[in-house]
Design a protein around this ligand. Structure first.
Ligand code: UN1
Length: 492
């Protein structure tokens, strides 16, 4: 099956295609038409043209398109979930979770069509009205990663659209088919031509042309910190607005008063769910030295039982990683661990025996005796690898937690309410969990992080409304005379 670009309400074929394959089996999922500079320019132009009408479409009407899309997502959830699993590798339940997150954000933003609150505040002068309203920014270029093939495109498209922006989506090449399926549903809903556009191709080519187009006003990117910083440099020099969601090196803190069974469950899910390929995945466990050996033996016993395999097989716990490049990268990091003095407790191997040889499989891996400054404790691996670090008390745990180049998600397991509140206050990541793992953010709250994880913007919740809008402040003077503002009123 060939997947096309979507420009001005029409499916656009190109001569050059690339293959999207199943990371568990190597089978072809679909062939995708690569958008060249010409198609990218057409997509941006059609978004620019459609903006004029879309911004004037009442927000509750814009929201009705989203509402219908949410309903279509629900009807096609099973079909979409299977495609996510086939193309990205996550187990089927998580494929369904990806689609559920798309449904949730779509409905949430549809609700915003009748809110999009601004401010109205008293004026300092008589017979004068003061308010601030939200305006769309214009044409938004949305560049999305492969780990949440439907959810992240929706996180970006839905707030942008409900506010009256028009969009050009460029998904990761590895998961372009899942994104194309979302666009097919949007086509079915019947958004006005040019409001939603879709171009596929590599970041260095298609993405690069897209972000530099003079008609793009805003860029929203989720992906690696290296790429995000490059995009930000280019975008800033061109005077474009840019919001970034990048890496993480998230930790779960386990105190000596924490529930160790609960913590074990949470660590396994946060570290090995989605094969460790979530920005929010747990890649460090900071455990109080008094309970370390107990926690490690519980973790080890359970990690060894995790079944690696094709995500479509209901017995599978951990699916493949996305591609050969990621597999090699994970293994490179795992080899660095012992050289730095870390102790490999389990995993640490690429599986290529039997059926595994058709895909990209890495065993769930746990390192013990990790020190906070080691490479495997500092750099984002983005795979099923977790590092155990011993800490002596809460202060040290918080210090180590905060001391990385990233700042996305953290968690603490404790039964002591005082410790929990101190952690909530002193942890410097954008998301903090108490007695839960580092993953599972809900769409009605801000999502994002500090330091190398972001650039001050947030996705989802009301924060996304800020990311995709401009404030317009309006004063209406109905006094019938020129009233000077207080600062210009020299007599009083
Ligand atoms: C991501 O990995 O970029 O919090 C997003 C979670 C999901 C989103 C993760 N809701 O785990």
């Amino acid at each position: 099956m060939n997947y096309k670009n979507y420009i001005n309400g029409k499916w656009v074929k190109t001569g050059k295609t690339f293959a999207s394959t199943n990371p568990a089996t190597g089978e072809l999922v679909g062939k995708c038409c690569e958008a060249g500079p010409r198609e990218v320019a057409m997509a941006v132009k059609s978004a620019r043209k459609a903006f004029a009408g879309w911004r004037l479409t009442p927000a509750p009407k814009r929201a009705e398109y989203l509402l219908r899309l949410g309903q279509l997502f629900e009807q096609r959830k099973n079909e979409l979930s299977r495609i996510v699993t086939q193309e990205m590798g996550k187990v089927l339940k998580e494929g369904a979770g990806d689609v559920q997150e798309s449904i949730d954000i779509t409905y949430y933003m549809a609700g915003e069509g009748r809110r999009l609150f601004g401010h109205n505040v008293p004026s300092e002068l008589a017979n004068k009205f003061a308010m601030a309203v939200r305006e769309p920014v214009g044409v938004c270029a949305l560049i999305t990663p492969w780990n949440f093939p439907t959810a992240i495109p929706c996180w970006k498209m839905m707030p942008a659209l409900v506010l009256g922006n028009t969009v050009v989506l460029k998904p990761a090449s590895d998961t372009s088919v899942s994104a194309a399926k979302v666009i097919q549903l949007m086509d079915e809903v019947g958004f006005p031509p040019g409001v939603v556009n879709f171009v596929m191709g590599p970041g260095e080519k298609t993405g690069n042309v897209l972000i530099k187009d003079p008609d793009v006003d805003l860029i929203s990117f989720t992906g690696s910190t290296v790429v995000g910083r490059k995009i930000a440099t280019t975008a800033t020099s061109l005077g474009k607005r840019v919001s970034l969601e990048m890496g993480g090196k998230n930790a779960i803190i386990v105190m000596d008063d924490g529930d160790l069974d609960l913590a074990t469950d949470a660590i396994l899910w946060a570290a090995f769910g989605t094969t460790g390929q979530r920005c929010t995945a747990c890649s460090r466990v900071l455990v109080h030295h008094r309970v370390k050996s107990k926690l490690v033996s519980k973790l080890l016993e359970r990690a060894k039982k995790l079944r690696l395999g094709d995500g479509l097989n209901p017995k599978t716990d951990v699916g493949p990683v996305i591609n050969a490049g990621q597999l090699a990268r994970i293994h490179r990091y795992v080899k660095i661990g012992p050289r730095e003095g870390a102790k490999l407790l389990c995993g640490g191997r690429i599986r290529s025996d039997g059926d595994y040889k058709k895909g990209y499989f890495y065993e769930p891996t746990i390192f013990d005796n990790v020190k906070p400054k080691m490479c495997i404790a500092q750099e984002e691996i983005f795979g099923p690898v977790v590092a155990i670090i011993s800490v002596k008390d809460l202060d040290e745990a918080i210090r180590v937690n905060n001391d990385t180049a990233y700042g996305l998600s953290s968690s603490i397991f404790t039964r002591d309410v005082n410790k929990a509140y101190r952690a909530m206050r002193d942890i410097t990541t954008g998301i903090v969990y108490v007695n839960a793992g580092t993953t599972g953010a809900e769409v009605q709250l801000p999502f994002g992080g500090t330091r190398g994880t972001g650039n001050g913007h947030r996705e989802a919740g009301q924060a996304a409304i800020d990311s995709f809008s401009e404030w317009k402040t309006i004063y209406v003077d109905y006094s019938g005379k020129v009233q000077r503002a207080q600062i210009d009123n020299y007599d009083s």
